[in-house]
Design a protein around this ligand. Structure first.
Ligand code: ATP
Length: 285
């Protein structure tokens, strides 16, 4: 790989890597003009079409949505495409591991509520995310620490499917993903946060193929999957799976199911994500 530039666009000084994915590495950076922190995602230039440029165009179109990362700049630096974004905090995956793989019910309801609204917005702009999973939801920083942000819009929805563990059954079968597939993935994620695992999740370090996960997923009844958690979650999954390809999802109905669960909580249960203490643990480790 070519040498990573120390600065991007003359003003963003790159620091440590924050994470990496299939397409590139994301660095913490400092804007030396206005002294603010940000994140810069670098993707090596190749002859292939740029996934980062694709992501940039989608983010620009989704720009004003709540829970959508804000783009600061996109361009080329040396032999890289670079996307500068507002700096966000840890992912739900990291926070979940820090919290012994269990989130409180009110936290899960709050996440479900926020992510449902963000998905409704993304879908209203004619996009399907197609890779909803705990790694792709980050909490915000500072004043936005109670907001969940959906990241990673780099997957072209027509050609690739997302991560098998959270993928909808349609997505496994190679059906072009539709809005209800994002909703199905969201419900799997909520179940995962409430139960600490999913029946098709491989144990330990073992890796399962997408086809194995699909077989296990299809073989798991909703009753078994949703055992011990509020019945509204099962209703959400039945509803998401029942939607036809081009059918408009009734987001209000799904929201009302989450509200029903919320109504059963003690008044002392906060309406916030309540993840700041975990965030601090990660930041200081
Ligand atoms: N704005 C941000 N602020 C802080 N960290 C970020 C930000 N964007 C991404 N990251 C970190 O970088 C990691 C990789 O980012 P991202 O998922 O966008 O890359 P990718 O190459 O598209 O990944 P994938 O292989 O999942 O498609 C994330 O898991 C996250 O830890």
């Amino acid at each position: 790989m070519c040498k990573v530039p120390s600065r991007v666009d003359g003003r963003f000084r790159l620091g440590d890597p924050l994470g990496s994915g299939t397409y590139g590495v994301v660095y913490r950076a400092r804007n030396i003009i206005n002294d603010t922190d940000l994140a810069v995602k670098l993707e090596p230039l190749t002859n292939n079409s740029s996934s980062l440029e694709h992501e940039y165009h989608i983010l620009k179109q989704l720009e004003s949505g709540v829970g959508i990362p804000h783009v600061i700049w996109f361009g080329r630096e040396a032999t890289y495409h670079a996307l500068a974004l507002d700096l966000l905090g840890p992912s739900l995956h990291e926070l979940f591991l820090t919290h012994n793989q269990k989130f409180e019910l009110h936290t899960v309801i709050n996440l479900g509520d926020q992510l449902l609204s963000s998905l409704e917005y993304i879908h209203s702009c004619n996009y399907v995310h197609d890779n909803i999973k705990p790694h792709n939801v980050l909490v915000g920083c500072g004043a936005l620490e109670q907001t969940a942000f959906i990241i990673d819009f780099g997957i072209a929805r027509e050609c690739l499917t997302g991560t098998p563990v959270f993928a909808s059954i349609n997505s496994h079968l190679g059906v072009v993903p539709a809005r209800h597939d994002d909703l199905e993935s969201l419900v799997y994620m909520l179940i995962y946060f409430l139960c600490g695992s999913l029946p098709w999740l491989p144990k330990g370090r073992k890796k399962l193929s997408s086809s194995c996960i699909l077989v296990r997923k299809v073989d798991t009844t909703i009753q078994v999957l949703c055992h011990g958690i509020p019945s509204e979650v099962a209703t959400m999954l039945i509803y998401a799976r029942s939607l036809a390809f081009s059918e408009d999802p009734d987001y209000d109905y799904l929201q009302s199911l989450l509200n029903n669960i919320h109504a059963t909580l003690l008044p002392s249960a906060t309406c916030s994500l309540d993840l700041s203490h975990l965030r601090d643990l990660i930041m200081h480790s």
